[in-house]
Design a protein around this ligand. Structure first.
Ligand SMILES: O=C[C@H](O)[C@H](O)[C@H](O)COP(=O)(O)O
Length: 228
């Protein structure tokens, strides 16, 4: 799991703010990461008090946490999420870079299928424009060819290394991740449309035009930005 920053109070406020939106009888997409973990724990507390929900996890990590806190789980075969709650590595005008925990492929499937997608983040994630390196999940055999294509598109890709094992990070789907620095991304939609069809790319971490609202935890409260 990637390390957490020192903004735990702000992350908790954002996560709990999003969890408070969840209504009885609904299906909740459960994102991945340290901020979403606060939302999952808050939902677990509400389930213990009688809230009836079903969760659809986006990763091994979110599935394990949801089970730990008592949220019943289903899959996309069983239900469509009413709301999805998920974190971000950077947020600019509602567009996101995600995938710091290498979960962005499943996250994009679940988040984009939800009737309402709520992003949770602390203030350090806010930016005027996206500039965070874009995680690109790649079929292992395609790493050399995708690296070359990303360079042709002006990117600087780095194969993500694992922290507690030798070699690269392997995603929950058995693939590898190239973190690709494009500098400041002037047009996220165009870059997303360029990356998606590259052969061997499973999914990239640009989430463009998907967020309905962003709950930003601050030192004292939560700022809610609405986009739809
Ligand atoms: O792959 C991981 C996800 O996209 C996370 O939601 C994202 O990296 C934000 O995580 P955190 O809340 O831990 O900063």
């Amino acid at each position: 799991m990637k390390s957490t920053s020192g903004n735990d109070g702000a992350k908790r406020r954002a996560g709990e703010s999003a969890a408070a939106l969840v209504e009885d009888g609904t299906v909740v997409g459960l994102g991945t990461g340290s901020t979403t973990a606060y939302a999952i724990r808050a939902l677990g507390d509400r389930v213990a008090e009688g809230l009836s929900i079903r969760g659809i996890p986006t990763s091994y990590q979110s599935r394990a946490l949801a089970r730990e806190v008592g949220i019943p789980l289903v899959t996309l075969e069983d239900a469509t999420p009413t709301v999805a709650i998920d974190g971000a590595d950077q947020v600019a005008d509602g567009d996101l870079v995600k995938g710091g925990g290498a979960a962005h492929a499943r996250e994009k499937v679940v988040d984009s299928s939800a009737e309402r997608f709520v992003v949770v983040a602390d203030e350090s994630k806010r930016a005027d424009a996206l500039s965070h390196p874009v995680p690109v999940e790649v079929l292992p055999d395609a790493v050399p060819t995708v690296e070359a294509r990303l360079r042709e598109e002006g990117g600087d890709p780095t194969l993500r290394a694992a922290v507690h094992k030798d070699g690269p990070v392997v995603t929950d789907n058995g693939n590898l991740v190239l973190d690709c620095d494009f500098g400041t991304v002037a047009d996220p939609a165009t870059l997303a449309a360029t990356l998606s069809p590259l052969p061997g790319v499973v999914e990239h971490g640009l989430f463009v035009g998907l967020a309905d609202e962003v709950h930003v935890g601050t030192a004292t409260g939560v700022d809610v930005e609405r986009f739809r």
